[in-house]
Design a protein. Sequence first.
Length: 342
Amino acid sequence: MNKRYLILALFVCLILLISACSNRSGAAIGGAPQTPFIGGTNGILIDFERDAPPPEVTDDSSFAFNAIVRLKNEGEFSVRRDDIKLNLVGFDPADFGRDFNDLRDVIPDDDLLSKTRDAEGNIVEGTTTFAEFPRQGGDFIPRKFPGNTPFIFRADMCYNYETIATTQLCVLRDMINVRDDSICRPTALGTTGRPIYSSSAPVQVTNFRQSVVGRDKISFSFDIVLSGNVDIFWDRLQDIRPTTFDLGCPREARARRERESNVKVEITEIPVDPIFTSLKCGGLDNDHIGVVRLVNGRRTITCTADLIQDRLDLQKVMGVLLTYNVLDTRETNVLIKHLTEG
């Protein structure tokens, strides 16, 4: 009997331990997280609230309704409400007693704060907020139709987002003759390269590689990868956030071709560190800042940098900042049921 109680007590302790750790991410056993970000490929998630719009309504003018979109920030970048625009498309608003101005450039109710993690690994969920159509209140009231008629209600969302990624460069007094007791290896063993960590966002920085060009010169490269079923946009000449939907995520063919799949890339930390000089990155117009286009959802960036000769062995944190606008959609169907006049 005592043995049975002991096993039961151990089982309860195990359950409590698992429960205590369930809301932690990236934490070492018995300690604080060892990685800078929660990670993931989500930004702002979009969906319709239940029955808004309803799946079925009648055309006898007795059933007025609206459409409510729920937004939740599952990523690690906070977005101001003014940097989010929503359009409702798929139907003629005149069929529901409205006009196009009621369906475009709707702003959500609140800013969307990011998902965060404290120093001990506890995760705080991102903000959930809502946007309602028609714009500035009112209802959709379907007109009379000759028979049952289905309609698509699709919410298009354009929002500005950023990805932050960090890694550590290995810098040695002699980059060619690496000692056995060196604090790091400039060229990591195996095929995985040096670890790089990205914040949760639709665009990720992956596959970081460092190599040695000379005694006082290094090279590194990384991949920018689009994750998820979204489109991204950025202008090459100026930073354009979605002050209107069409500015942030253009629908006009020429503007769309020029901005689609573009990402602004900025190398951070090392450009202002005196250890590194003559930093140059292929494809970036200003050596360490520029706009690149992803091809098939991917782009490789390769950089070189000279090192000052008067240095000691060290590992240097390097950052990559990505900026872009995201277009995401969610649709549902509404059936207008025709009521005959008896």
